[in-house]
Design a protein around this ligand. Sequence first.
Ligand code: NAD
Length: 509
Amino acid sequence: MRGEAILARFGIAPGATVSGVAYGGRFAAAGGAVTETYDPTTGALLARVTGASKDDYDKAASAARDAFLRWRAAPAPVRGEFVRRLGEAFRARKEDLAQLISLENGKILTEGRGEIQEVIDICDLAVGQSRQLFGRVIVSERREHRVLEQWHPMGVLGIISAFNFPAAVPGWGWALALVCGDTILWKPSSLTPLVSIACQQIFHDVTNGTEAEGVFALVVGEGRTVGQTMLDDRRVPLIQATGSCDLGERVTAALGKRGGKSILELGGNNAVVVLADADLDLALPSVVFGSVGTAGQRCTSTRRLLLERSIAPRFVERLQKAYATVQIGDPLDERTLMGPLISKQAVADYTAGLTEIRRQGGKLVAGGNALEKGGGYFVEPAIVRSTKDMPIVAEEIFAPILHVIEVGSLEEAIEVNNAVPQGLSSGIFTNDLRKADTWISAVGSDCGMANVNAGTSGAEIGGAFGGEKMTGGGRQSGSDAWKGYMRRQTNTVNYGSAAVLAQGVKFDV
Ligand code: NAD
């Protein structure tokens, strides 16, 4: 069977039933609902995964909480040493994991490798961070007083992750949270449970028999059952949730009721602007990668292309030619540029999306068909000529559909870019310094990421990653994203012998 050797590297036999629950350093006999996971390239069953029952979830959450009570006391650089070893383990298993991602998720191998490289990169970053969890000393208005700001571990981090980055995005959380002194309770997407099981095996290899044993717990299961239980669980003070904007609404509602905190990484609806003065040779490959890469299933995929009117016909023609050369097929074949979508449902969403786009007046200029290819979930990448007032342009369709919209000026491009509810990533192509700087100024793009002469996809680990508006406002990976995984404490220290009150208040007793 295709993929048998890849699964065997993680001890999984094709079609077998495996446990998706682990805590305390080992996999447990799980008693929850069984998830079937499929190879999107062929539609064949890869394995069955038994998820967490209510009781399994309870045990896993308690174990993660117990592990936290120990882990928080370890010095941060000691915690960093475990993250260094974790990064080494991912380095050693990079190719095995990349192939498993290609097999179960359908992204092409080079992107699977890139995904594991991202895990390695965040581990490297987090190791350094473990010696830099800085607070501040603030001058006090009171004599013989000092005010400090310190950062302390939060507790158990609940990770709810999406199918499209089954390792890298949860990986940002693992690495940073661990150096911050948190432990992890992970509910992965039910569409990619095998990748999470493989990662959990690696966690055990690195941590078992050490003081880090049990810092990782895994609870596979449906969002509305296991996920919702986690959202309602007071033992989990912080949730990192990656998924659609609908998920964000649920997380916010549940955490609002119990005072939980969240780091939200939700849907995007990313635009690239190409102005008439742009280097079109630079813009073209960036737009094609942004819209076709990962079969349009990145949160940062380019969904809207805003072309300055005078260059629109020329640029669309070049785009059509480039699209025609994209090799669609087996993601494990190194020549393939676009693999399948994740599921039959995703193909149906693509087809329904295009039907609705046409109903609203959009004109298909490339692609548009689902492809019969050996039982897999393949589609052609599509380009549609749309207008800014079509309501569907404001929606994220998680498939390779690119709206081309003409604009008359930079100002109009900014207005159209900002007119959607999401605010993740954006890019402009221009050789005009003033226009470029306007794009990234306060009156420019309102997205969490705004690029110049670079597309919407493919962020580096050093910058804070995340978006505004319905994208959730969360930040992960670099910069000071670590602060999201810790609690801030302000300390007033009186080293004198008088009880002095702030703001000059007198209260003599
Ligand atoms: P999804 O929202 O369907 O599922 C994401 C996760 O949420 C899954 O683990 C799912 O089981 C869980 N979930 C669903 N309902 C839940 C509930 N009621 N309670 C708790 N958990 C629940 O998303 P998906 O299809 O897996 O991924 C695609 C989406 O994720 C897109 O919208 C994409 O833009 C977004 N995404 C965003 C980022 C980012 O960084 N902003 C990164 C990757 C993906």
